[in-house]
Design a protein around this ligand. Sequence first.
Ligand code: NAD
Length: 299
Amino acid sequence: MSTKTVAFFGLGNMGRPMALNLSKAGFRVVGYDVSAACLDAAKALGLEVAKNPLVAVESADFVFSMLPASQHVLDLYGGQNQELLKGIPKQALIVDSSTISPQAAKEVSMMAESQGKAMIDAPVSGGTGGAQAGTLTFMVGGTPQDFERSKALLAPMGKNFFYAGASGSGQIAKVCNNMLLAIHMIGTAEALALGKNLGMDPKVLSEIMSKSSGRNWSLEVYNPYPGVQAGVPASKNYEGGFMVDLMTKDLGLAIEAGLQSQTSLPLGSVARSLYQTLRSAGLGKKDFSVVQTFLNSVS
Ligand code: NAD
Protein backbone atom coordinates (compact mmCIF):
# COMPACT_ATOMS: atom_id res chain seq x y z
CA MET A 1 0.00 0.00 0.00
CA SER A 2 1.42 3.41 -0.93
CA THR A 3 2.14 5.93 1.80
CA LYS A 4 -0.73 8.34 2.35
CA THR A 5 0.02 12.03 2.90
CA VAL A 6 -1.74 14.14 5.53
CA ALA A 7 -1.58 17.95 5.48
CA PHE A 8 -1.94 18.76 9.18
CA PHE A 9 -2.96 22.25 10.33
CA GLY A 10 -2.63 23.26 13.99
CA LEU A 11 0.31 21.74 15.85
CA GLY A 12 -0.75 22.89 19.32
CA ASN A 13 -1.44 20.97 22.53
CA MET A 14 -3.75 18.51 20.82
CA GLY A 15 -2.49 18.61 17.23
CA ARG A 16 1.18 17.90 17.92
CA PRO A 17 0.69 14.50 19.63
CA MET A 18 -2.03 13.57 17.12
CA ALA A 19 0.29 14.35 14.20
CA LEU A 20 3.01 12.30 15.86
CA ASN A 21 0.68 9.29 16.18
CA LEU A 22 -0.15 9.54 12.47
CA SER A 23 3.51 9.70 11.60
CA LYS A 24 4.29 6.67 13.80
CA ALA A 25 1.48 4.78 12.02
CA GLY A 26 3.22 5.28 8.65
CA PHE A 27 1.49 8.37 7.25
CA ARG A 28 3.60 11.10 5.70
CA VAL A 29 2.57 14.09 7.77
CA VAL A 30 3.20 17.61 6.45
CA GLY A 31 2.46 20.00 9.28
CA TYR A 32 1.69 23.70 9.33
CA ASP A 33 1.03 26.16 12.13
CA VAL A 34 0.93 29.97 12.21
CA SER A 35 3.06 29.90 15.37
CA ALA A 36 6.82 29.62 14.81
CA ALA A 37 7.22 28.10 18.29
CA CYS A 38 4.74 25.31 17.42
CA LEU A 39 6.53 24.64 14.14
CA ASP A 40 9.85 24.36 16.00
CA ALA A 41 8.34 22.02 18.59
CA ALA A 42 6.95 19.82 15.80
CA LYS A 43 10.31 19.76 14.00
CA ALA A 44 12.01 18.78 17.26
CA LEU A 45 9.73 15.72 17.32
CA GLY A 46 10.90 14.79 13.81
CA LEU A 47 7.78 15.98 11.99
CA GLU A 48 8.01 17.49 8.51
CA VAL A 49 6.67 21.05 8.28
CA ALA A 50 5.66 23.10 5.24
CA LYS A 51 6.66 26.71 4.62
CA ASN A 52 3.09 27.72 3.81
CA PRO A 53 -0.43 26.20 3.78
CA LEU A 54 -0.57 25.73 0.01
CA VAL A 55 2.65 23.73 -0.05
CA ALA A 56 1.30 21.57 2.81
CA VAL A 57 -1.76 20.44 0.82
CA GLU A 58 0.00 19.97 -2.56
CA SER A 59 -0.05 16.17 -2.61
CA ALA A 60 -2.42 15.50 0.28
CA ASP A 61 -4.68 12.45 0.51
CA PHE A 62 -6.14 13.91 3.72
CA VAL A 63 -6.28 17.48 5.05
CA PHE A 64 -6.66 17.61 8.81
CA SER A 65 -7.19 20.67 11.05
CA MET A 66 -7.04 21.09 14.82
CA LEU A 67 -7.45 24.83 15.37
CA PRO A 68 -8.60 26.92 18.35
CA ALA A 69 -12.10 28.13 17.34
CA SER A 70 -14.71 28.71 14.61
CA GLN A 71 -13.13 31.84 13.15
CA HIS A 72 -9.75 30.14 12.67
CA VAL A 73 -11.38 27.32 10.70
CA LEU A 74 -13.49 29.72 8.63
CA ASP A 75 -10.37 31.78 7.88
CA LEU A 76 -8.19 28.77 7.02
CA TYR A 77 -10.58 27.31 4.45
CA GLY A 78 -12.57 30.38 3.42
CA GLY A 79 -9.95 33.14 3.64
CA GLN A 80 -8.44 34.87 0.60
CA ASN A 81 -11.26 33.75 -1.65
CA GLN A 82 -10.94 30.11 -0.59
CA GLU A 83 -7.38 29.91 -1.84
CA LEU A 84 -6.50 26.88 0.31
CA LEU A 85 -9.64 24.94 -0.67
CA LYS A 86 -8.79 25.54 -4.32
CA GLY A 87 -5.29 24.12 -3.75
CA ILE A 88 -6.52 20.91 -2.10
CA PRO A 89 -6.48 17.95 -4.52
CA LYS A 90 -9.99 16.84 -5.55
CA GLN A 91 -9.68 13.30 -4.17
CA ALA A 92 -8.49 14.44 -0.74
CA LEU A 93 -10.81 14.17 2.28
CA ILE A 94 -10.88 17.22 4.57
CA VAL A 95 -11.34 16.48 8.28
CA ASP A 96 -11.75 19.25 10.83
CA SER A 97 -11.41 18.13 14.46
CA SER A 98 -11.41 21.59 16.07
CA THR A 99 -14.31 22.26 18.45
CA ILE A 100 -16.35 24.87 16.59
CA SER A 101 -20.01 25.79 16.18
CA PRO A 102 -22.19 23.35 14.20
CA GLN A 103 -23.12 26.33 12.01
CA ALA A 104 -19.47 27.10 11.14
CA ALA A 105 -18.81 23.41 10.43
CA LYS A 106 -21.72 23.31 7.98
CA GLU A 107 -20.58 26.55 6.35
CA VAL A 108 -17.07 25.23 5.71
CA SER A 109 -18.39 21.91 4.45
CA MET A 110 -20.64 23.76 1.96
CA MET A 111 -17.69 25.87 0.80
CA ALA A 112 -15.71 22.67 0.22
CA GLU A 113 -18.62 21.07 -1.62
CA SER A 114 -18.89 24.10 -3.91
CA GLN A 115 -15.28 23.37 -4.91
CA GLY A 116 -16.10 19.68 -5.50
CA LYS A 117 -14.33 18.59 -2.30
CA ALA A 118 -15.51 16.50 0.65
CA MET A 119 -15.30 17.63 4.25
CA ILE A 120 -16.38 16.13 7.57
CA ASP A 121 -16.48 17.58 11.08
CA ALA A 122 -14.86 15.25 13.61
CA PRO A 123 -14.47 16.92 17.01
CA VAL A 124 -12.90 14.88 19.79
CA SER A 125 -13.29 14.06 23.42
CA GLY A 126 -10.43 12.78 25.56
CA GLY A 127 -8.14 15.79 26.02
CA THR A 128 -4.38 15.98 25.66
CA GLY A 129 -3.95 12.64 27.49
CA GLY A 130 -6.14 10.94 24.89
CA ALA A 131 -4.29 12.75 22.09
CA GLN A 132 -0.96 11.43 23.34
CA ALA A 133 -2.20 7.90 23.96
CA GLY A 134 -4.12 7.74 20.66
CA THR A 135 -7.35 6.97 22.49
CA LEU A 136 -9.56 9.93 21.51
CA THR A 137 -13.28 9.61 20.80
CA PHE A 138 -14.25 11.09 17.43
CA MET A 139 -17.82 12.27 16.68
CA VAL A 140 -18.27 12.61 12.95
CA GLY A 141 -20.69 14.66 10.87
CA GLY A 142 -20.82 14.23 7.08
CA THR A 143 -21.86 11.52 4.65
CA PRO A 144 -21.64 7.86 5.78
CA GLN A 145 -19.24 7.24 2.87
CA ASP A 146 -16.85 9.97 4.02
CA PHE A 147 -17.10 8.65 7.59
CA GLU A 148 -15.94 5.24 6.29
CA ARG A 149 -13.12 6.90 4.32
CA SER A 150 -11.98 8.81 7.41
CA LYS A 151 -11.49 5.70 9.54
CA ALA A 152 -8.05 4.89 8.12
CA LEU A 153 -6.91 8.39 9.11
CA LEU A 154 -8.61 8.53 12.51
CA ALA A 155 -7.62 5.03 13.66
CA PRO A 156 -4.06 5.88 14.85
CA MET A 157 -5.42 8.84 16.84
CA GLY A 158 -8.47 7.34 18.52
CA LYS A 159 -10.28 4.44 20.08
CA ASN A 160 -13.98 5.25 19.54
CA PHE A 161 -15.48 6.52 16.30
CA PHE A 162 -19.13 7.57 16.12
CA TYR A 163 -21.13 8.55 13.08
CA ALA A 164 -23.34 11.37 14.38
CA GLY A 165 -25.24 12.25 11.17
CA ALA A 166 -25.12 14.91 8.45
CA SER A 167 -22.54 17.72 8.30
CA GLY A 168 -22.36 19.64 11.62
CA SER A 169 -23.69 16.69 13.66
CA GLY A 170 -20.28 15.85 15.12
CA GLN A 171 -20.17 19.38 16.56
CA ILE A 172 -23.76 19.08 17.80
CA ALA A 173 -22.83 15.90 19.72
CA LYS A 174 -19.73 17.59 21.14
CA VAL A 175 -21.53 20.75 22.26
CA CYS A 176 -24.39 18.78 23.92
CA ASN A 177 -21.97 16.43 25.67
CA ASN A 178 -19.79 19.20 27.07
CA MET A 179 -22.77 21.24 28.27
CA LEU A 180 -24.05 18.18 30.15
CA LEU A 181 -20.56 17.54 31.52
CA ALA A 182 -20.36 21.09 32.92
CA ILE A 183 -23.81 20.79 34.48
CA HIS A 184 -23.15 17.48 36.23
CA MET A 185 -19.75 18.67 37.40
CA ILE A 186 -21.32 21.75 38.99
CA GLY A 187 -24.16 19.68 40.47
CA THR A 188 -21.69 17.18 41.91
CA ALA A 189 -19.55 19.93 43.46
CA GLU A 190 -22.67 21.56 44.91
CA ALA A 191 -23.86 18.31 46.53
CA LEU A 192 -20.39 17.62 47.97
CA ALA A 193 -20.19 21.17 49.36
CA LEU A 194 -23.57 20.76 51.05
CA GLY A 195 -22.60 17.40 52.56
CA LYS A 196 -19.28 18.74 53.80
CA ASN A 197 -20.89 21.82 55.36
CA LEU A 198 -23.39 19.55 57.11
CA GLY A 199 -20.48 17.66 58.63
CA MET A 200 -20.11 14.70 56.31
CA ASP A 201 -16.89 13.25 54.88
CA PRO A 202 -16.92 13.96 51.09
CA LYS A 203 -15.34 10.54 50.45
CA VAL A 204 -18.11 8.67 52.28
CA LEU A 205 -20.75 10.84 50.63
CA SER A 206 -19.20 10.15 47.20
CA GLU A 207 -19.26 6.40 47.84
CA ILE A 208 -22.94 6.52 48.84
CA MET A 209 -24.01 8.73 45.91
CA SER A 210 -21.98 6.60 43.46
CA LYS A 211 -24.24 3.67 44.33
CA SER A 212 -27.40 5.80 44.43
CA SER A 213 -29.46 7.71 41.91
CA GLY A 214 -27.17 10.76 41.95
CA ARG A 215 -24.37 8.76 40.31
CA ASN A 216 -22.63 10.38 37.33
CA TRP A 217 -19.23 10.56 35.63
CA SER A 218 -17.98 13.65 37.51
CA LEU A 219 -18.72 11.97 40.82
CA GLU A 220 -17.44 8.49 39.99
CA VAL A 221 -14.51 9.05 37.63
CA TYR A 222 -13.43 12.70 38.02
CA ASN A 223 -14.40 13.62 41.58
CA PRO A 224 -13.99 17.40 42.17
CA TYR A 225 -13.32 17.14 45.92
CA PRO A 226 -9.58 16.99 46.77
CA GLY A 227 -8.45 13.70 48.24
CA VAL A 228 -11.57 11.69 47.39
CA GLN A 229 -9.88 10.04 44.40
CA ALA A 230 -6.19 9.60 43.59
CA GLY A 231 -4.83 10.87 40.28
CA VAL A 232 -7.66 13.23 39.33
CA PRO A 233 -6.97 17.00 38.91
CA ALA A 234 -8.81 17.77 42.20
CA SER A 235 -6.11 15.83 44.05
CA LYS A 236 -3.33 17.68 42.17
CA ASN A 237 -4.32 21.27 42.98
CA TYR A 238 -6.61 21.21 39.94
CA GLU A 239 -3.62 21.02 37.56
CA GLY A 240 -3.81 19.16 34.22
CA GLY A 241 -7.11 17.90 32.82
CA PHE A 242 -9.62 20.06 30.95
CA MET A 243 -9.08 23.79 31.41
CA VAL A 244 -11.77 26.22 32.60
CA ASP A 245 -10.89 28.37 29.52
CA LEU A 246 -11.86 25.52 27.16
CA MET A 247 -15.02 24.62 29.07
CA THR A 248 -16.08 28.29 28.97
CA LYS A 249 -15.49 28.30 25.22
CA ASP A 250 -17.56 25.12 24.72
CA LEU A 251 -20.40 26.51 26.86
CA GLY A 252 -20.32 29.64 24.71
CA LEU A 253 -20.86 27.40 21.67
CA ALA A 254 -23.80 25.73 23.45
CA ILE A 255 -25.41 29.09 24.22
CA GLU A 256 -24.85 30.23 20.61
CA ALA A 257 -26.45 26.99 19.35
CA GLY A 258 -29.35 27.43 21.81
CA LEU A 259 -30.06 30.94 20.53
CA GLN A 260 -29.83 29.82 16.94
CA SER A 261 -32.21 26.87 17.49
CA GLN A 262 -34.47 28.73 19.97
CA THR A 263 -33.74 26.16 22.68
CA SER A 264 -34.08 27.27 26.28
CA LEU A 265 -30.87 26.38 28.18
CA PRO A 266 -31.44 27.46 31.80
CA LEU A 267 -28.74 25.24 33.32
CA GLY A 268 -26.33 25.66 30.41
CA SER A 269 -26.60 29.44 30.86
CA VAL A 270 -25.87 29.26 34.58
CA ALA A 271 -22.95 26.91 33.90
CA ARG A 272 -21.51 29.31 31.33
CA SER A 273 -21.86 32.20 33.77
CA LEU A 274 -20.17 30.25 36.59
CA TYR A 275 -17.24 29.22 34.41
CA GLN A 276 -16.86 32.80 33.18
CA THR A 277 -16.67 33.88 36.83
CA LEU A 278 -13.92 31.32 37.46
CA ARG A 279 -11.98 32.70 34.48
CA SER A 280 -12.36 36.24 35.78
CA ALA A 281 -11.01 35.03 39.12
CA GLY A 282 -7.80 33.94 37.35
CA LEU A 283 -8.63 30.21 37.29
CA GLY A 284 -8.82 29.84 33.49
CA LYS A 285 -5.85 27.47 33.30
CA LYS A 286 -7.08 25.20 36.11
CA ASP A 287 -9.08 22.03 35.51
CA PHE A 288 -12.83 22.62 35.28
CA SER A 289 -13.47 20.63 38.49
CA VAL A 290 -12.01 23.69 40.29
CA VAL A 291 -15.63 24.88 40.48
CA GLN A 292 -15.61 22.96 43.80
CA THR A 293 -13.45 25.68 45.39
CA PHE A 294 -15.96 28.32 44.33
CA LEU A 295 -18.80 26.52 46.11
CA ASN A 296 -16.97 25.91 49.38
CA SER A 297 -13.52 26.37 50.79
CA VAL A 298 -12.06 22.88 50.42
CA SER A 299 -9.77 21.46 53.07
P1 NAD B 1 -3.92 25.10 20.91
O1 NAD B 1 -4.21 26.55 21.02
O2 NAD B 1 -2.88 24.49 21.78
O3 NAD B 1 -3.56 24.72 19.39
C1 NAD B 1 -4.17 25.29 18.27
C2 NAD B 1 -3.07 25.62 17.26
O4 NAD B 1 -3.65 26.09 16.05
C3 NAD B 1 -2.11 26.70 17.74
O5 NAD B 1 -0.79 26.19 17.74
C4 NAD B 1 -2.30 27.82 16.71
O6 NAD B 1 -1.11 28.56 16.46
C5 NAD B 1 -2.75 27.03 15.51
N1 NAD B 1 -3.41 27.80 14.45
C6 NAD B 1 -4.30 28.82 14.55
N2 NAD B 1 -4.68 29.24 13.33
C7 NAD B 1 -4.01 28.47 12.43
C8 NAD B 1 -3.97 28.41 11.01
N3 NAD B 1 -4.70 29.22 10.25
N4 NAD B 1 -3.16 27.51 10.43
C9 NAD B 1 -2.41 26.67 11.17
N5 NAD B 1 -2.39 26.68 12.53
C10 NAD B 1 -3.18 27.56 13.13
O7 NAD B 1 -5.33 24.37 21.13
P2 NAD B 1 -5.58 22.82 21.47
O8 NAD B 1 -5.64 22.63 22.94
O9 NAD B 1 -4.65 22.01 20.65
O10 NAD B 1 -7.07 22.65 20.93
C11 NAD B 1 -7.36 22.57 19.54
C12 NAD B 1 -8.85 22.32 19.38
O11 NAD B 1 -9.22 21.11 20.05
C13 NAD B 1 -9.74 23.41 20.00
O12 NAD B 1 -10.83 23.65 19.16
C14 NAD B 1 -10.18 22.82 21.34
O13 NAD B 1 -11.42 23.34 21.79
C15 NAD B 1 -10.29 21.34 20.96
N6 NAD B 1 -10.13 20.43 22.09
C16 NAD B 1 -9.13 20.62 23.01
C17 NAD B 1 -9.00 19.74 24.08
C18 NAD B 1 -7.90 19.94 25.09
O14 NAD B 1 -7.95 19.30 26.15
N7 NAD B 1 -6.89 20.77 24.82
C19 NAD B 1 -9.89 18.67 24.23
C20 NAD B 1 -10.88 18.46 23.26
C21 NAD B 1 -11.00 19.36 22.19
